[in-house]
Design a protein around this ligand. Sequence first.
Ligand SMILES: [Zn+2]
Length: 203
Amino acid sequence: MEEGIISFAIAQWQQHPLDEFAGYGTLEQWRRILQQKHLIGRDTQGISYGNVSLRHPQGGFVITSSQQAHLPHLAPDQYTWVTHYDWEAHTLCCVGTFPPSSESGTHHTLYQVHPALGAVLHVHNSGLWHYLLGQGWHTDPAIAYGTAAMAVNVAQLYGAIADPFTRPVLAMGGHQDGILSFGATVDDAGTALMEVLPLAYSS
Ligand SMILES: [Zn+2]
């Protein structure tokens, strides 16, 4: 499955712009850091890669809208609030001007791991991806991103350890160069990623 291809259907869409949400400023600061390091951006085919999200206090999560990740600055209305995600029907409900990121299902999967998990970053980096595969901390390579099977796979991975926050950075085995980082806050998720990134180049 290619980045940018939306695999879910939108069951309900309140198509009006999002107001500024709690944590927006910090999320944008981290997005700029990730862009400077080319962890999010746009590939040679013009496809945006990488996306960020925050848990919403009223349920669901706010995520970068589809195909906006390469832009240097995003206004609040270039984010979309995914209020509900249904794996069985493969549909979601959202509020915003644009459709949510094609990887919304992946982010939803991470939020199910722990109720205190408050932010998810999805980036691309070949060195770190190979490093994490070598460490054995990754989803099943046979499973495509944003699928119900991946949700089950992530639940199994984190169900096997006592504290998910001890392994906050994982590779998506079925998504070339795809990496996920999470934390209680976006600062935690960003810091965890920055801490592990040099390991990919140290050997
Ligand atoms: Zn990706």
